[in-house]
Write a protein that binds this ligand. Structure first.
Ligand code: PEP
Length: 252
């Protein structure tokens, strides 16, 4: 069975002090959880303090983005090596907000995935359709293009987690139904199977993201191909995020 992952995407929230306060409250709430891999992605400025306060816990650290070069004249960018230096194990790549506001394309997403893997960082690759694309029947085409583009010549499926995040469900309070999520996740797994073979595809965790809350996570997780969640808004409070983690434990 695939081990579920619940990952917090804090986006542009929390100062270093707020990060420390969250972690000191959150870690004791989930210290007994073994059946879910827990990941937190604070903003860059909070990574070092998060690493310090997460030490020895069962919570892993992720960054929200990275640049593909190791070092050099790239003002404002952060390299894979810098993320390793502050003890990140994961990095989120291709979030829809990066695609929408910062011009990310499948090509630049692919460069980031490649650079992350080369540095030994696991990737949470985000894909998902807009409302317009869904309503015009293009969901599967979009998912297929984003997957094949983002994963071009990426040969380390064991370092990969996919997050299906329908753009219309992110931060809107509108969640995909469990059936809509399953349909997309099953399609994604079929595509992964085409790229990596059925056996590898069965091992890759596919997370759902888009208005995940303590109340809806269990019904989403009840679907066969939903292996966890990428959580924005509801990950900002320790109680609510801990409840999501606990409610995500799959029935055997
Ligand atoms: C996200 O940012 O990845 C996300 C899913 O946000 P929210 O949970 O707030 O919809």
């Amino acid at each position: 069975m695939r081990r579920p992952v619940i990952a917090a995407n804090w986006k542009m929230h929390k100062t270093t002090g707020e990060t420390r306060d969250f972690i000191t409250q959150f870690v004791p709430l989930v210290e007994d959880v073994q059946d879910v891999e827990i990941v937190i992605a604070p903003p860059f400025t909070s990574l070092a303090v998060a690493a310090k306060f997460l030490k020895g816990s069962n919570v892993k650290l992720a960054a929200q983005n990275l640049f593909w070069e190791e070092k050099g004249a790239f003002t404002g960018e952060i390299s894979p090596i810098m993320l390793r230096d502050v003890e990140c194990e994961y990095v989120i790549v291709g979030h829809s907000e990066r695609r929408q506001y910062f011009g990310e394309t499948d090509e630049t997403v692919n460069k980031r995935v490649r650079a992350a893997h080369q540095a030994g960082l696991k990737v949470i690759l985000c894909i998902g359709e807009t409302l317009e694309e869904r309503e015009s029947g293009k969901t599967f085409d979009v998912l297929k293009t984003q997957l094949s583009g983002g994963l071009k010549e990426i040969d380390a499926p064991d370092m990969l987690v996919i997050a299906y995040e329908p753009v219309w469900a992110i931060g809107t309070g509108k969640t995909a139904t469990p059936e809509q999520a399953q349909e997309a996740h099953q399609f994604i797994r079929e595509q992964l199977s085409g790229i990596y073979g059925a056996q590898e595809a069965q091992k890759i965790r596919i997370l759902y993201g888009g208005s995940v809350k303590p109340e809806n996570v269990a019904s989403l997780m009840s679907q066969e191909d939903v292996d966890g969640g990428l959580v924005g808004g509801a990950s900002l409070k320790p109680d609510s995020f801990a409840e999501i983690v606990k409610n995500a434990i799959k029935e055997a």
